[in-house]
Design a protein around this ligand. Structure first.
Ligand SMILES: *Cc1c(COP(=O)(O)O)cnc(C)c1O
Ligand SMILES: [Zn+2]
Length: 403
């Protein structure tokens, strides 16, 4: 049996095809490229029973991942994160079956490691020696460390507002870090120029086809963890939208593999953004197929501070095809929610993850979600990476002070 059923790359916009054995960024039409597999063949030869004896990492789905030689796999054991029951919050919001998939447990503290694991492994397989990428922090951290393990040089450009911990993660991994007085979109322009000038591989979000493959494994895991039954809704904090595009892709592949029933409805996919950076929500509300650049974006949930996503049309399509929706949450609400989740559930989640729970409250109030819907929220990172979101006023006591 094959290690992978990888077939080729294709453009979801103009349907051009490309070889998966050569390095590509975007399609000549400017669209991101997606990875295709020999699904018919895989359906005949590969069954989920075979997963049982595999390790609990995303590589358990290697048949539907793009790496052809297992020697090239760069892994820290990422994946198979738990689905955690959120009974207290569920009661609070009148949802009977609310779960959180906790990506804070992934190496480097955010689900960006999924994209990095697969993206870096494939870059290594294709002979890449140096990558460059813009980042709001978490992606740079993950790609730096995985690249370090792969022996690939990394050039990371981040806004000066990115969390200091992510700068440190890049630094200790040996990446060359460039701090810019601007936004991720400015960093992106700088990367594009430098990559061209020095021959570095531009690994910007969706400018390389393979990080989606890493992130789609969240969808495989949710289906496997629920014994190939699907929830009613998946709520996802959306920046570049890679995770949402990936989860939608995984659902289509699972149907193609026959691992979920043909007539089983897909979960409604919900994109959650921050009120001061909500281009996808605006496009959804206006019924547009693409988003517009969101000027002067700002949010504490820096992982979703993306004013214009390259794959916006794919995100909007995934929402439409699953009867999902898009919701914006204020920073104030996000921070309150983060506190509420720690208070009621004991989980210190990241602001992006908190936004999804806040969205659940809103959607339940609007009756978009029903009481007995099975809802899964994605907590995409560790609260520990954002220590500044919690204030700890205190006085220092003399040692002889009696409490
Ligand atoms: C990058 C990031 C997101 C957004 O991910 P996309 O898949 O690009 O939309 C959400 N949360 C955190 C913590 C992130 O780092
Ligand atoms: Zn194209």
């Amino acid at each position: 049996m094959a290690y992978t059923y990888l077939s080729h790359l294709y453009c979801p916009r103009c349907e051009n095809r490309y070889s998966a054995n050569e390095l590509y960024n975007l399609c000549s039409c400017g669209s991101p490229l997606l990875v295709a597999y020999h699904l018919e063949k895989a359906k005949k030869e590969w069954h989920y029973e075979q997963l049982h004896k595999r390790l609990p990492s995303l590589w358990r789905y290697h048949e539907m991942l793009p790496v052809t030689d297992p020697e090239n796999v760069i892994s820290f054991g990422e994946g198979m994160t738990p689905l955690i029951d959120m009974r207290a919050i569920g009661d609070h919001y009148d949802i009977s079956y609310l779960q959180m998939k906790d990506e804070g447990l992934v190496p480097t503290g955010s689900f960006k490691a999924r994209g990095a694991a697969v993206g870096v492994s494939k870059a290594k397989e294709l002979g890449v020696e140096a990558i460059a990428m813009p980042t709001n922090g978490n992606a740079g951290a993950a790609w730096s460390l995985y690249a370090s393990r792969a022996g690939i040089d990394a050039h990371i450009v981040m806004p000066k507002s990115a969390p200091p911990i992510t700068h440190k993660e890049c630094q200790i991994g040996g990446a060359r870090v460039y701090i810019v007085d601007g936004l991720i979109s400015d960093a992106g322009r700088m990367v594009a120029k430098a990559a061209h000038k020095y021959g570095w591989f531009d690994a910007s979000t969706l400018k390389e086809p393979y990080r989606i493959e890493g992130k789609k494994t969240m969808g495989y895991e949710i289906a496997e963890q629920l014994n190939w039954q699907l929830p009613d809704a998946i709520v996802y904090p959306t920046g570049g939208g890679v995770g949402l595009i990936g989860i939608y892709k995984s659902l289509q592949e699972l149907r193609g593999l026959g691992w979920i029933e043909e007539d089983q409805a897909f979960p409604r996919l919900v994109a959650v953004q921050a009120e001061n950076c909500a281009p996808i929500v605006k496009a959804y509300d206006e019924g547009n197929k693409e988003s517009e650049f969101w000027p002067d974006s700002e949010t504490v949930a820096f992982g979703i501070n993306v004013p214009k996503a390259l794959g916006d049309f794919l995100v909007l399509e995934a929402i439409e095809q699953t009867n999902g929706c898009a919701v914006a949450i204020s920073d104030d609400e996000i921070l309150k929610e983060q506190e509420r989740v720690a208070d009621l559930e004991g989980a210190f989640i990241c602001p992006e993850g908190a936004a999804t729970l806040s969205a659940v409250q809103q959607l339940r109030e609007e009756k978009w979600l029903a009481r007995d819907d099975h809802v899964i929220c994605l907590n995409t990172g560790l609260g520990l990476k954002y220590p500044e979101t919690v204030e700890t006023p205190h006085t220092v006591l003399a040692p002889d002070y009696e409490i």
